[in-house]
Design a protein around this ligand. Structure first.
Ligand code: Z5A
Length: 212
């Protein structure tokens, strides 16, 4: 079976990293070779861009510059990791991709979607996820999970944002899902872990059998 490109999206604390590990195990158990990665980051140079863009102590970054940095990291990631892995027939599982830019920089920070689409087209050259798992849950629940995990001190520039910012991000993700129902599967991430994993397994079954 040829490699596929799966992305995980959602607000802070939705459970994407936990879900990404589950997806890797589920696919590996079926004999598929999995490349688990994340954005921003995924290659040595892209991880350095990640440090720059997430650093709370760094100098001010305008929304457009933040968008350019996300796409600079994505360009490295697509060229040096994602495309080569897909060409080897691997399944690439990526914690966030361009939907995150639409949701965070577009809806969250007010960057024009036309600019984001233009950059996406230049950097991705036609590459799109085959399947996106959108882990959806109320903002308060996501922020509470992050607080339980890491305490009340923000660990990056996004964690400093107010709840209204994440409400705009969540709404944008749901709009993206409504506009692309064949690609984006909404997972109710407010459920207990086992129930979340059952929904993900159903989405993966559908993808593997070619019905998603
Ligand atoms: N960003 C952007 O602005 N534009 C872009 O284009 C891209 C990214 C690509 C990356 O930060 C930041 O970059 C991100 C958007 C921005 N910032 N924000 N917000 P990151 O990678 O450090 O942070 P994150 O992506 O938001 O991930 P996170 O905070 O680590 O959350 P998560 O991966 O979704 O959740 P988790 O770590 O899997 O789970 C959180 C906790 O909940 C943990 O203790 C779990 O054990 C627990 N959990 C998970 N599932 C459940 C269920 N079902 N029930 C109960 N508890 C659960």
């Amino acid at each position: 079976m040829a490699g596929r490109f799966i992305t995980l999206e959602g607000i802070e604390g939705a459970g994407k990293s936990t879900a990404a590990r589950f997806v890797r195990e589920w696919l590996s158990a079926r004999g598929l070779t999995v490349c688990l990665t994340r954005e921003p980051g995924g290659t040595p140079l892209a991880e350095r861009v990640r440090q720059l863009v997430l650093d709370r102590q760094g100098e001010a970054i305008t929304p457009v510059t933040e968008t350019l940095l996300m796409f600079a990291a994505r360009g490295l990631h697509v060229q040096n990791l994602i495309r080569p892995a897909l060409a080897r027939g691997e399944w690439v599982v990526c914690d966030r991709f361009t939907d995150a830019t639409r949701a965070y920089q577009g809806a969250g920070r007010g960057v024009s979607l036309a600019l984001i689409d233009q950059l996406a087209s230049a950097v991705q050259e036609g590459l799109q996820p085959d399947c996106t798992l959108l882990l959806d849950l109320p903002v308060a629940a996501g922020l509470e999970r992050v607080r339980m995990r890491s305490g009340s001190v923000p660990s990056d520039r996004f964690e400093e944002e107010p709840a209204q910012f994440f409400e705009r991000v969540r709404a944008a993700y749901l709009d993206i899902a409504r506009a692309a129902p064949a690609r984006v599967r909404i997972i109710d991430a407010s459920r207990p872990l086992e129930a979340v994993q059952e929904q993900i397994a159903r989405a993966l079954e559908a993808l593997c059998s070619g019905t998603a």
